[in-house]
Ligand binder design. Structure first.
Ligand code: NAD
Length: 504
């Protein structure tokens, strides 16, 4: 289906600042009429009036998705037709990228430069995954006798996607796009704090030609809407990105329902700096890895493990980076770090800093709110560096989800590896060294699903993203991602030629 190009800037705010649920191809109010006001985390000003769904809306979305899966032809379509639709959606999104990036920044707080990067990532994801839609294939299997054995790969049916607030659109599309490419019907529940870009995305998807009911967005509390979606008998898989605590509940539901689940959970990622590292590049990369998105990153490299010989100069560079970071509302020019997403999050982060200091950590930079009166209404916390925080401190063991780096030094390589792996998480790890042998040997020994060498955390739609240990189960991205959104069926055909009867 061809769709006309749209005027850039018209879809993100198609109905001004009023947002509805997106179910069965239409924007509709919540069945009980509930609404909420969202505020800009940088200023506290209202930015949107939003429908808040409940269990009935979750049921409605699941019904619509199941019907669309059976009747719309999306699953039966040739994969290349789905690929073209996803490509069209990528193009529409690219045309709209600026207005949607601005919407993301106003809703979530991150600097516009980062939201623009997120939008480009979403476009590339749709293109990449769209390109996989016509490459879903089974295999033929040699078996004894005159038989043909082969496998088919089929979509699962209705897939449920539950997303967090830190990369609202990017993380929603990361799992929704492959599910769509594989021919499933999708119900997405964005985080209640940051649902606006998901609704703008659904509008564009509809415009791109995704049939009604194939992509639904239900906003509402996790406990009612999220659980109702996961528990619905029509839900054939759950893709969850969020905290470990809720991830555990989702895993219980998946076990109870005997359905597959992908869990992308938290982290407490180490970054090791060896004595031969380029310290200027390392300091910049480490700053990016913990102060980017105001530290609200699952894979934030929040534990720096630095060789004692370069501890002092590296710490000085990090202090300078932290102190020079320009804080402010993300829509202003030149802003390097925005507010945290909510008042609660800012209080939580500062509480961790206090506990680290009372455990013996030394505050090197930040640790408080900025002094500028113009930032007083936003949820800002200064980039923070804490040195020599004891390994058993909560600030070292738990995910802070804010711009807080804890630093410890090491003497021997074995100590660095032991400290790096001394965590219940295993999402990401980084290291800075010019020595190839160190880089590859240590990578193998790090208990993390992703390792960056001489680079800030980096990922691409082409590379798998997933964690070890309590950081999750399964992965997103990469060529294999469609396996999570398809099921495998084995067919065996007896091809024996019947013997002719005697005399026939
Ligand atoms: P959260 O677990 O509080 O919420 C995530 C989503 O789950 C939200 O949409 C929420 O409404 C929903 N939810 C809450 N309770 C639910 C329930 N009982 N049933 C179903 N759904 C429910 O997480 P958050 O605070 O939004 O996000 C921060 C967390 O996400 C951090 O721990 C972070 O590390 C993690 N995260 C992980 C990745 C990754 O790829 N590994 C990426 C981003 C964030």
């Amino acid at each position: 289906m061809w769709a006309p190009p749209i005027e850039p800037g018209t879809m993100a705010e198609a109905n001004g600042s009023a947002y509805q649920l997106f179910i069965d191809g239409a924007e509709i109010p919540a069945s009980r009429g509930e609404r909420a006001t969202l505020t800009d985390p940088a200023t506290g000003e209202p930015i949107a009036d939003l429908a808040i769904g409940g269990r009935e809306d979750a049921r409605h979305a699941m019904e619509a998705a199941e019907r669309a899966f059976r009747e719309s032809g999306w699953a039966a379509e040739d994969g290349s037709a789905r690929a073209r639709t996803l490509r069209r959606l990528a193009d529409l999104l690219e045309a709209e990228a600026e207005s949607i990036a601005r919407l993301e920044t106003r809703n979530m707080g991150k600097p516009l430069r980062e939201s623009r990067g997120d939008l480009q990532y979403v476009v590339r994801t749709l293109e990449y995954v769209g390109g996989l839609a016509d490459k879903i294939q089974g295999e033929t299997i040699p078996v004894p006798g005159p038989r043909l054995a082969y496998t088919l790969r089929e979509p699962l049916g209705v897939t449920v996607h539950i997303a967090p607030w830190n990369y609202p659109l990017l993380l929603a599309v990361r799992s929704v796009a492959p599910a769509l490419a594989a021919g499933n019907a999708v119900v997405l529940k964005p985080a209640s704090l940051t649902p606006l870009t998901a609704i703008a995305f659904a509008r564009l998807a509809h415009r791109a030609g995704i049939p009604k009911g194939i992509l639904n967005v239900v906003v509402g509390p996790g406990k009612s809407v999220g659980e109702a979606l996961a528990l619905d008998p029509r839900c054939r898989s759950i893709s969850f990105t969020g905290s470990g605590e809720i991830g555990l509940r989702i895993a219980e539901i998946a076990a109870q329902r005997v359905i597959p689940v992908t869990l992308e959970l938290g982290g407490k990622s180490p970054v090791i700096v060896f004595p031969d590292a380029d310290l200027d590049r390392a300091a910049k990369g480490i700053g990016h890895g913990i102060f980017g998105n105001a530290g609200q990153m699952c894979w934030a490299a929040s534990r720096l493990i630095v060789h004692e010989s370069v501890h002092a100069p590296l710490l000085e560079k990090l202090r300078a980076i932290a102190d020079a970071t320009k804080l402010g509302p993300g829509l202003e020019d030149g802003i390097e770090m925005g507010p945290l997403v909510s008042a609660d999050q800012a209080v939580r982060v500062l509480e961790y800093v206090r506990s680290a200091v009372s455990d013996g950590g030394v505050l090197v930079a930040g640790g408080d709110r900025p002094a500028e009166p113009r930032l007083a209404h936003g949820h800002f916390v200064r980039p923070t560096v804490l040195d020599q925080v004891p390994g058993e401190s909560r600030a070292v063991r738990e995910e802070i989800f804010g711009p807080v780096l804890s630093v410890v030094s090491f003497k021997e390589i074995e100590d660095a590896i032991r400290i790096a792996n001394d965590t219940r998480y295993g999402l990401f790890a980084a290291m800075w060294t010019k020595d190839l042998a160190t880089a590859h040997t240590v990578s193998r020994r790090l208990e993390a699903g992703m390792v960056s060498i001489n680079e800030a955390p980096n990922t691409f739609p082409q590379t798998p993203f997933g964690g070890f240990k309590e950081s999750g189960i399964g992965f997103e991205q990469g060529t294999k991602v469609l396996e999570s959104y398809t099921r495998r069926k084995n067919v065996i055909v007896n091809v024996a030629i019947p013997r002719k009867k005697a005399g026939a």
